[in-house]
Design a protein around this ligand. Structure first.
Ligand code: NAP
Length: 326
């Protein structure tokens, strides 16, 4: 009998088709995993889960007695209760590296868009308001030769530093838990305290994982430290900032603009005041979503899933302590 698998939210079709040849895979989307009876019935017999943004917590695990591996189609795994999975010897995996350059491109796109006001001016042209010579009120600010502060100098942070320093001659300040000597040399980057970075950078990019330590790490106090002409970009997760404090900072002119790929609530609430601000560039959490990279992520996630099911070590296992060589 084929092993039962749950696919959730997003697995690219060619990868899903291949999995369906080998396993009894049921794909779920737009359901409530806490109450959907079909989902819960399949979960009770499933050995694997592959997909995006399924909240895997104690409550779900209690209903999944046969589960061996949970394979996230993302690098971030704040949706997984790693302690609860480890306690049950269930492997958790993610998809690092394959998305790094794509996310860095997206974040740099947001940064350029906010600085040069590209979405706003696109709307200006298409709404037929370009009827006479432009005024300074339409001007943006330079990106090249400015100072970029990167909070979270990991894989994606370093790919952003590469673009900024090699492509745009920017000075790089960075903050993370540990120093990155290699990145300092390659991208002429300077390690500094969070407060120092906040008060000196023209552009600030937040790209840490969402953890207990980073939840709400950028709030009122941090926005107050930023320069009045600073542009703040969040590419990590919505909850790493205090969104109401960002709204306040923008309303009070404490910072100049923001660019957001992620929100506290997703899909974003249509009443969110950020959506009415011209100086805020928004994207629908699409950092890694190009055709090429989504496929690469699904392929890596499937490799992780299959390895875990076969009792082999998945290539990008998160909770390595559950691995016991057979
Ligand atoms: P990574 O290589 O693990 O890098 C994370 C960096 O954050 C590391 O430099 C780490 O510091 C730093 N960090 C962690 N906790 C911190 C703290 N409390 N204070 C300061 N720095 C801290 O991960 P990655 O592959 O670059 O991905 C980073 C995150 O980006 C993901 O977890 C995800 O949330 C987000 N992401 C978003 C999208 C999107 O679509 N918008 C797509 C992909 C990823 P150390 O190196 O010193 O430990």
């Amino acid at each position: 009998m084929k092993k039962k698998i749950i696919a959730y939210n997003r697995v690219e079709t060619p990868v899903l088709n291949e999995l369906q040849e080998k396993y009894d895979v049921k794909f779920f989307k737009n359901i409530d995993p806490k109450t959907d009876t079909d989902f819960l019935a399949h979960l009770s017999e499933s050995e694997g889960i592959i997909g995006l943004e399924l909240e895997v917590d104690e409550e779900l695990l209690e209903k999944a007695p046969h589960l061996k591996v949970v394979s996230n189609v993302s690098v971030g795994y704040n949706n997984l209760d790693i302690d609860a999975l480890t306690k049950r010897n269930i492997m958790a995996t993610n998809t690092p590296d394959v998305l790094t350059d794509t996310v860095a491109d997206t974040i740099f796109g947001i940064l350029l868009s906010a600085a040069r006001r590209i979405p706003e001016l696109d709307h200006f042209v298409k709404s037929r308001k370009w009827t006479e010579a432009l005024e300074p009120e339409h001007f943006g600010v330079d990106v090249h030769h400015k100072t970029l502060g990167i909070i979270g100098m990991g894989r994606i942070g370093q790919a952003i530093a590469q673009r900024a320093n090699h492509g745009f001659n920017m000075d790089i300040l960075y903050h993370s838990r540990s120093r990155k000597k290699d990145a300092e040399e390659k991208y002429n980057a300077t390690y500094c305290s969070l407060d120092n970075l906040l008060s000196k950078a023209d552009f600030i990019v937040l790209i840490t994982p969402l953890t207990k330590e980073t939840e709400g790490m950028i709030g009122r106090r941090e926005f107050e430290k930023m320069k009045e002409n600073a542009i703040f970009i969040n590419g990590s997760r919505g909850k790493t900032i205090v969104e109401k404090d960002l709204i306040e900072a923008l309303r009070n002119g404490e910072i100049a603009a923001a660019g957001l790929d992620v929100f506290e609530q997703e899909p974003v609430n249509h009443d969110n005041p950020l959506l009415d601000m011209k100086n805020v560039v928004t994207l629908p959490h699409i950092g890694s979503s190009t055709f090429e990279t989504e496929l690469a992520m699904s392929k890596l996630a499937a490799k992780n899933l299959e390895a875990g099911l076969k009792g082999e070590m998945p290539p990008t296992l998160i909770n390595k302590e559950v691995w016991k060589e057979k």
